[in-house]
Design a binder for this molecule. Structure first.
Ligand SMILES: *Cc1c(COP(=O)(O)O)cnc(C)c1O
Length: 416
């Protein structure tokens, strides 16, 4: 049984098509190398990465500090399971809890696992601390949410593709409109069995929907009033992406539970985490939750390095400044554009809305043309294109990217 050598992008795509499950529809580009804001394909064409692996690579591709931490630990000790202690987990938990200002951290591997963990903690808290009758707890979620792909998480999605024919669904979730405080207040007042409100501070996958100013703060206050846990899913918005360490920091909100993933490892290793204070986290006792790989020494060293890079390189500040510049420049173009309706976002989590239907191929075609011009981005929900470069991007690079984007969009002005 030999392993083939990939010699062309076409060949790599054909192999995936034949031997891999068809659970994604990627842009037809095959990447082989990354460095900072750049990636290279098999034919050595260089691109700006404007997706950053869905905001996992905030620190830039192959950050030497993070990769160094990983390789050093990988040569020493990789996995013990939690049956034994390892000499990195405690050090990481102290560092990360002080970094984010919570009492405790529960380590997992993927974002969906962090969300599942938060749901379990929230339910247990509801029965043991709030006094809700067993099996009756409800968690409020927002319409058009994205929290991952597990059976429970897709149970409260309203994306047909994500849900259809994966039932029966996990009960215990109430869906309300996003950015709608009245809906939240009504649901909280009507129902005595609410345990938590799970929300993305900015809805990323839905198309970078930024809620009205004050929404998060008022939602948190309503949760407090009704003794309900406010759970912020910061897996995409967290770790400096939106110009602050966490997106809730824009409104000085302190969630009861925070889920983190993606950039907590800088994209070099699957690491996720749930943060909470003692009165919430202590409902979880031995045997009630876990993961073979969660909290392994490699993950812990990687996460420490990835978080240090965020602070040392002032990536939150840079995201804020570069994001403002990016939106200002794109807005200049939009003023006279028929193709783009608007640009929205915070920090370096932005999206443009294309003036065409969700079913049209225009956004996809624009992404294909951007690729030809050396910039990689992907449509979300048909007519929205997300722009989320690594946060290490410089002003010169942003301006270069703006000119690539504008040049590309111009070629679509007569086609629409
Ligand atoms: C990506 C994402 C997840 C899921 O993370 P995975 O690592 O893909 O399981 C959950 N919530 C949000 C907000 C995300 O963006």
């Amino acid at each position: 049984m030999s392993v083939v050598e990939i010699k062309s992008s076409q060949e790599a795509i054909a192999l995936e098509d034949k031997h891999g499950a068809h659970n994604y529809h990627p842009l037809p580009v095959v990447l082989k190398k990354g460095d900072g804001v750049f990636v290279w394909d098999v034919e050595d064409k260089k691109y700006y990465d404007f997706l950053s692996a869905y905001s996992a690579v905030n620190q830039g591709h192959c950050h030497p500090r993070i990769v160094g931490a990983m390789t050093k630990q990988a040569e020493t000790l990789t996995l013990t399971s939690r049956a034994f202690h390892n000499d990195v987990l405690g050090k990481y938990e102290k560092f990360a809890t002080e970094y984010f200002g919570f009492d405790k951290l529960l380590p997992m591997n993927t974002g969906a696992e962090a969300v599942e963990t938060a749901i379990k903690i929230c339910r247990k808290w509801a029965y043991e601390k709030k006094g809700i009758k067993e099996n009756e707890a409800e968690i409020i979620v927002a319409e058009n949410n994205f929290h991952g792909r597990t059976t429970t998480v897709i149970s409260f999605s309203n994306d047909e593709g994500a849900r259809k024919n994966f039932g029966p669904y996990t009960p215990g979730f109430l869906k309300i409109a996003y950015d709608d405080l009245d809906a939240l207040e009504k649901t909280l007042s009507k129902n005595k069995n609410i345990a938590g409100f799970l929300v993305e501070p900015i809805q990323g996958e839905a198309g970078v929907y930024v809620p009205s100013e004050g929404y998060l703060q008022k939602a948190k206050a309503l949760c407090e009033k009704h003794n309900v846990l406010f759970i912020a899913d910061e897996i995409q918005t967290g770790i400096a992406r939106t110009g602050k360490l966490l997106a809730v920091d824009h409104e000085n909100v302190k969630p009861d539970i925070v889920t983190l993933g993606k950039a907590i490892s800088g994209g070099v290793y699957p690491v996720s985490a749930v943060l909470a204070n003692n009165e919430v986290m202590d409902v979880i006792q031995p045997g009630q939750h876990g993961s073979t790989f969660g909290g392994n020494p490699v993950a812990c060293e990687v996460a420490i390095a990835a978080l240090q890079v965020i602070k040392e390189e002032n990536l939150a500040d840079n995201a804020e400044k570069m994001g403002e510049l990016f939106r200002a420049e794109i807005n200049k173009y939009i003023a006279s554009s028929k193709v783009v309706n608007l640009v929205r976002g915070k920090g370096l989590l932005n999206a443009i809305v294309i003036n065409d239907s969700e079913e049209s191929s225009t956004a996809w075609d624009i992404c294909m043309a951007l690729k030809e011009n050396g910039l990689l981005a992907k449509p979300t929900h048909g007519n929205i294109i997300r722009f989320a470069p690594p946060l290490v991007i410089t002003k010169e690079e942003i301006m270069d990217c703006v000119s690539i984007i504008v040049k590309t969009l111009r070629t679509f002005e007569d086609k629409i």
